[in-house]
Design a protein around this ligand. Structure first.
Ligand code: E4P
Length: 220
C-alpha cells in the first residue's frame, strides 16, 4: 500500500521524505489555508519537493470552471493530479481530463456508487472520506470494503485512496482491504511508528548497558 501525506506543509513533507515514507501528497483548500501563504507558490513548492503524485484541488463547481483551473494547475509540475469534487459536473471534467491523459483524484466520496461513477468517468484515484463517515455513525471502512470489491469484480483500474484517516487502526484496516493508497495526516504517520513496548524495551536495554559499564565491563 502506498502512503500519501495529507498536508500542505513543506515542513511535514520534508520530515516524511527523510523517513522514506512518502509516495505522494494530497492537499485541499483547508490544508492550504492552514499554511496561510501564497497558495500558488505553496502548491508549486510542494510539487517540486515531492517525488510522486501531488493532488491539487479545484474550487469551481461547473465542469467549465474546473477544466479552466486544471489547465493552470498542471503547469505547477509534471506530478500534478487534479482533485475534482464528486459532482455530476465534476464527472464531465474528469472524463475530459482523462481523454487528455491528465490524472484525476475524485474527492469527497462517501458511497460505493459515487466511487463507481468516478471510475466510469475515468478517474485515476477515488478518495472516500472514512473519518467523516465514522463521525456520522456510519462505518467508513465498510464503504472502502465495498468499493474494493466492486472495483475487483469489474477489473476497474481506478485506485482506491483512503482519505480522512484519523488513527492507526484506519490504516491497518485499509491495508487489510487491499486499498491502493492511504493518505495520512503527519500525526498518524508518527503514531504508526510508535509502540509503548518499543520505548519500554529500549529503556531497559539502555539502563542495563549503563549498569554493565558501571560494573566495569563496558565496551573496549
Ligand atoms: C483527502 O485527500 C483529504 O484531503 C482529506 O483526507 C480530508 O480529510 P479530513 O476529514 O481530515 O478533512
Amino acid at each position: 500500500m502506498e502512503f500519501f501525506l495529507d498536508t500542505a506543509s513543506l515542513d511535514e513533507i520534508r520530515k516524511c521524505k527523510a523517513y522514506g515514507l512518502i509516495d505522494g501528497v494530497t492537499t485541499n483548500p483547508t490544508l492550504l489555508r492552514k499554511e496561510g501563504q501564497d497558495w500558488r507558490r505553496q502548491m508549486q513548492a510542494i510539487c517540486k519537493e515531492v517525488d510522486g503524485p501531488v493532488s491539487l484541488e479545484v474550487v469551481g463547481t461547473t465542469a467549465k470552471e474546473m477544466l479552466a483551473e486544471a489547465r493552470e494547475l498542471i503547469k505547477f509540475g509534471p506530478n500534478v493530479v487534479i482533485k475534482i469534487p464528486m459532482l455530476l459536473e465534476g464527472l464531465i471534467a474528469v472524463r475530459e481530463l482523462h481523454a487528455m491523459d491528465i490524472p484525476t483524484n475524485v474527492t469527497l466520496v462517501f458511497s460505493p456508487m459515487q466511487a463507481l461513477l468516478a471510475a466510469k468517468a475515468g478517474a485515476t484515484y477515488v478518495s472516500p472520506f472514512i473519518g467523516r463517515l465514522d463521525a456520522l455513525g456510519q462505518e467508513g471502512m465498510e464503504c472502502i470494503r465495498q468499493i474494493v470489491t466492486i472495483y475487483d469484480n469489474y477489473d476497474i483500474a481506478t485506485k482506491v485512496l483512503v482519505a480522512s484517516i484519523r488513527h492507526p487502526m484506519h490504516v491497518v484496516e485499509s491495508a487489510l482491504t487491499g486499498a491502493d493508497v492511504a493518505t495520512l495526516p503527519f500525526a498518524v504517520i508518527e503514531q504508526l511508528a510508535r509502540h509503548p513496548l518499543t520505548d519500554k524495551g529500549l529503556q531497559t536495554f539502555l539502563d542495563d548497558w549503563k549498569a554493565l559499564a558501571g560494573d566495569g565491563a563496558g565496551q573496549g
